[in-house]
Write a protein that binds this ligand. Structure first.
Ligand SMILES: *Cc1c(COP(=O)(O)O)cnc(C)c1O
Length: 341
């Protein structure tokens, strides 16, 4: 298989059209068998449920080449399960989990020429998503849906080295209590755009959202979960019903306990405690962990002891162990690495 002529190391995080995508349609109460197609455009009614009432959800995972040359994805079963939960909450039909995993594998295999080589730092980002495709004018779930999977190659996240982030405590909320913060719905992102554009304009990389009911507890950022390290090397990660359950964060918790022998606490985290932590990181598929160097609460600065030039020591160990597992340099727990070819 000849790879595309792409400068992998200098790729950014933007959409690059690849050759094939998977499409399945839901109609008359059933999913059709789906197909890999070449057309990257979607034609739907102007009154489609997704366009009028934002009935859509998505997933995100990566395919990459391991040290021994296999093309793999990382824990796609958890993406399938999470998409099932998103669909149920949005009154959308579930795309069966085994079929989800197969569709991801088939789409990656069909775009093998875009899977970056081992060691390049680049990956093939995989985006499964679903939307209400039939016309809806009175507010109700659509009758018809489309499930699609496309891929796009993305560059190394820490290009030019790791740079700890500066984040601010947001005055906007990301998720309502008992709302949709725990599912991967497009609507959660639409309403976060104002807050992130505002943060960037003011020189911050991300927003730290607090719990909307009391504004005293740490929730997450717009697209990543928090992981803290205490001064005595305990890993602490916030627990809340309105946080999106990050697969990366859940994997890092296992790595911390099983591989590094660290104590892990998943519990509510008061914002008051943050000033006492030694390290802070943001966890998600894109970066695995992005270190946070500074947290600004309305002019009041919390500078993490790990500083503004490198990852803290525990964060670094977590990062290196999980990326080592993903790349096949460290033995993975059973079922974590899904081999496509
Ligand atoms: C996708 C997402 C994450 C990260 O989840 P991963 O499964 O680790 O990629 C975290 N927070 C939000 C709000 C997200 O949408």
């Amino acid at each position: 298989m000849e790879k595309k002529n792409i400068d992998w190391a200098n790729l950014g995080f933007g959409y690059v059209e690849t050759d094939k995508r998977f499409v399945a349609n839901y109609k008359d109460g059933a999913w059709d068998k789906g197909a890999l197609i070449s057309d990257s455009t979607v034609a739907i009614s102007e009154c489609a449920g997704v366009l009028q009432y934002a009935q859509t959800c998505f997933e995100g995972l990566k395919a990459y080449t391991t040290e021994d040359g296999h093309i793999v994805t990382f824990r796609p079963d958890l993406n399938a399960a999470r998409m099932k939960a998103s669909c149920e909450r949005l009154e959308m039909p579930v795309f069966p989990e085994e079929r989800f995993i197969q569709a991801v594998s088939d789409t990656v295999a069909a775009n093998e020429a875009y899977v970056p080589p081992y060691g390049s730092g680049a990956t093939l980002y995989v985006r499964p998503f679903m939307f209400g495709s039939s016309a809806v004018i009175g507010v109700s779930p659509a009758d018809e849906y489309q499930f699609r999977v496309f891929t796009t190659p993305v560059g190394p996240y820490f290009k030019g080295g790791v740079k700890p982030l500066t984040i601010r405590v947001s005055d906007f909320d990301r998720a309502a209590p008992h709302g949709t913060g725990h599912i991967k719905a497009g609507l959660n992102y639409a309403m976060s755009l104002y807050a992130i554009v505002d943060a960037h304009q003011k020189g911050f990389d991300e927003n730290m959202y607090l719990d909307p009911a009391t504004r005293t507890k740490v929730e997450e950022t717009g697209g990543a979960n928090f992981l803290f390290v205490t001064r005595d090397n305990k890993v602490v990660t916030p627990k809340s019903d309105s946080i999106l359950p990050s697969i990366t964060r859940r994997s890092l918790v296992t790595v911390a306990k099983e591989y590094l022998g660290l104590e892990v606490e998943e519990r509510e985290v008061a914002f008051e405690e943050v000033k006492d932590f030694a390290e802070c990181g943001l966890c998600g598929t894109a970066a695995v962990i992005s270190p946070v160097g500074k947290i600004v609460d309305h002019g009041n600065e919390i500078c993490l002891p790990s500083g503004m030039t490198e990852m803290g020591p525990v964060t670094k160990k977590l990062y290196e162990t999980l990326t080592g597992i993903q790349m096949g340099r460290i033995e993975a727990p059973e079922g974590w690495i899904h081999v496509i070819k």
